[in-house]
Design a protein around this ligand. Structure first.
Ligand SMILES: [Zn+2]
Length: 426
């Protein structure tokens, strides 16, 4: 009898120590609760099997591995809802795609993915690549652990009209593009539906439609509308059959309103949104994903002579218009997410946008929520992302100082954990 008890005790001890070995305790000096918009002091986060097991002013079980961030502010991993990880960020002309294979495009993404994660962005919604489906392969390679990068939600291609904002344009009419450089081209509701079925069968996570002209596309006019209301409705309806949300690129007031009325989840850029557009966004619960830092990079590249002249012409005045409209949207209480269009600016400096969001009307907490709890809602994963609560992914970052006093602190992330694995600890 005695020996059975002794053996059971040994077994229990072994079990307890193996459980403890799997658990990591993070001591957080300050912890940003993005759900409630508050900051808590002296918290402990227990991490197990890649998820948050418990959080609070709780005791640390004996034998648990401890990561001491008691001198830092701890936040959930940041989410950028508008990136383009595939492609060379130094190459601003889409025609450069013709000089590269899809393998080249894929391999350019490897350092982009790494620096994005190291900057504290543990998740991105990647909204389009010229070489179709390279983003799907990139997402899968990261998920397999073959390369280091953020968790990705990908669009597979740009769904766009012929010659539209997501098309490779500017080449001679007798040049035939390879299939994967015009995969997302669709005209009419039937073609839109067919292409969405194709993309869904290739396991994309969302659909990206181009609802107006673009700044960084040849022969394009940002003030135009592209897909018709009927085509946009077809896109949202068809995507919903596969459980996919739609993100719509739109600069022009009509392009924005057409997309919102069609029921898209988010409007990207939303540059020239008017009062009616703001009211519609509020009414429909549509997110605005406004990349208000980009202008700095476009102008800087322009000064270096690295941006085609027609792009700079498109861009004239739009940067400031967008920033003023961002301020109006915040004031109107429209849902806002954090999206940078990374790839226009170099990858890894995504967090520089926070200071602009604060300059144009958000509190630091609102800017942080745009990149955490709101972003998680936009990607439809509030059960797993966006705050540090039991059952959610252990995507955890930390910064020195208090980002709620100085939001620039988020540009210097000193600790990065994604799904329980530490990638950076300074
Ligand atoms: Zn973009």
């Amino acid at each position: 009898m005695k020996s059975i008890i002794a053996r059971s005790c040994l077994l229990l001890l072994a079990l307890a120590s193996s459980l403890a070995a799997q658990t990591t305790a993070i001591k957080a000096g300050k912890l940003v609760d993005t759900d409630s918009g508050t900051v808590l002091s002296n918290q402990v986060i227990l991490v197990r099997d890649g998820k948050v097991q418990a959080v609070g002013a709780i005791p640390i079980p004996a034998g648990t591995k401890v990561i001491d961030l008691s001198g830092m502010t701890v936040l959930p991993g940041l989410i950028d809802c508008h990136t383009h990880l595939v492609g060379d960020a130094n190459e601003t002309d889409p025609l450069a795609e013709l000089k590269k294979s899809s393998a080249d495009a894929a391999l350019t993404a490897v350092p982009n993915a790494r620096v994005t994660l190291m900057a504290g962005f543990t998740t991105v919604r990647d909204v389009g690549t010229y070489r179709a489906l390279v983003d799907v392969s990139l997402r899968d390679a990261i998920n397999r652990g073959d390369i280091i990068g953020p968790r990705m939600f990908v669009a597979g291609a740009y769904l766009t009209i012929t010659g539209g904002a997501g098309a490779v344009t500017g080449f001679a009419p007798d040049i035939t593009l390879p299939w994967d450089l015009h995969y997302g081209e669709a005209n009419g509701s039937d073609q839109v539906r067919q292409r969405i079925r194709d993309l869904a069968s290739h396991r994309v996570d969302l659909i990206k439609v181009l609802s107006s002209g673009a700044v960084l596309t040849h022969n394009s006019n940002p003030s135009s509308q592209e897909f018709t209301p009927e085509e946009l409705h077809a896109a949202v309806d068809e995507a919903s059959h596969f459980g996919l949300k739609v993100a719509a690129h739109a600069h022009s007031p009509e392009g924005i309103k057409n997309a919102i009325r069609a029921g898209v989840a988010s409007v990207e850029h939303a540059t020239m949104i008017d009062d009616e557009g703001l009211a519609l966004a509020k009414q429909h619960g549509t997110y605005l994903d406004m990349d208000i830092y980009d202008e700095e990079c476009i102008q800087e590249e322009g000064r270096r002579g690295a941006i085609p002249k027609d792009f700079l012409e498109h861009d004239r005045n739009l940067g400031q218009i967008q920033r003023e409209n961002f301020r109006k949207a915040v004031k109107a209480g429209v849902k806002m997410s954090f999206g940078t269009d990374a790839g226009v600016c170099p990858h890894g400096i995504n967090a520089r946008q926070f200071a602009y969001m604060v300059q144009y009307g958000m509190t630091p907490m609102q800017a942080i929520q745009a990149a955490t709890s709101s972003a998680a809602d936009l990607v439809g994963k509030s059960d797993l992302l966006g705050s540090l609560k039991p059952g959610k992914y252990a995507d955890i970052i930390a910064v020195k100082g208090d980002p709620l006093v100085d939001v620039h602190m988020l540009e210097h992330v000193g600790f990065v954990m994604k799904e329980g694995v530490v990638y950076k600890q300074e």
